[in-house]
Design a binder for this molecule. Structure first.
Ligand SMILES: N[C@@H](CCC(=O)N[C@@H](CS)C(=O)NCC(=O)O)C(=O)O
Length: 204
């Protein structure tokens, strides 16, 4: 399999961590790719006209252009699956909220990369508010996170990667102060081999 990704994308990290947890790391070639390049690599565009990472090309040549889709495909086709929580819809809801944290954080990073004169503080505030409300919900439901020493469900994996991305890119939001009930679980989750193996370089 071939995975177009980079070292910092939290969407790509979801897939990289999931593959590590499923024992598939040896079966995937990671192709470091800049989806924002003025001329994105033709190989990525052929697989994903949206020019986004992650994009997975399976051994059968199927191109999967989205992290949630890739995780669904892995869960449906691989024998060594991530655990499925018994409270399925509650877990799916938590996964969606954690995914929203990632989306809002990435949107903030992109907003801050615009020329200073056209950065919209109101847009940054809106994303920060969404992240903080989502953290409140995840913190209220922290008992659902379970044992960080166990292989994570998709909801837990997404939550852990969202928090790690806030540490990397939006440390000033100080999620630990907002959601202290997530700290102990996150610290143990962040020490998992899958997380250590996919650690991004320190933010510049
Ligand atoms: N919903 C997609 C989002 C992927 C995404 O936005 N990835 C970013 C990198 S973090 C990207 O490739 N952006 C390039 C672009 O939107 O032009 C997923 O879950 O895979």
């Amino acid at each position: 399999m071939k995975l177009f990704c980079n070292a910092t994308s939290p969407f790509a990290r979801k897939v990289r961590v999931a593959m590590h947890e499923m024992g598939l790391s040896d079966r995937v070639e990671e192709v470091l790719t800049d989806p924002f390049a003025a001329s994105p690599p033709p190989e990525l565009l052929a697989a994903n006209p949206l020019s986004r990472i992650p994009t997975l090309i399976t051994d059968e040549g199927l191109a999967l252009p989205d992290s949630k889709l890739i995780l669904e495909w892995l869960q449906a086709t691989q024998s060594n699956r991530l655990p499925v929580e018994s409270a399925r819809w509650a877990a799916a809801r938590r996964a969606t909220i954690a995914e929203g944290v990632i989306e809002a954080a990435v949107a903030s990073v992109l907003e801050k990369r615009r020329p200073e004169s056209i950065i919209m503080p109101a847009a940054l505030d809106r994303q920060a508010d969404a992240i903080e409300r989502a953290l409140d919900m995840l913190a209220l439901e922290s008992n659902a996170l379970g044992d960080p020493a166990a292989v994570p469900s998709v909801a837990n994996l997404t939550t852990g990667i969202a928090l790690a991305y806030l540490d990397l890119r939006l440390p000033y939001l100080n999620w630990r102060q907002r959601a202290p009930s997530l700290i102990e679980w996150f610290d143990a989750f962040a020490a998992r081999p899958s997380m250590l193996a996919t650690e991004p370089p320190a933010a510049k």
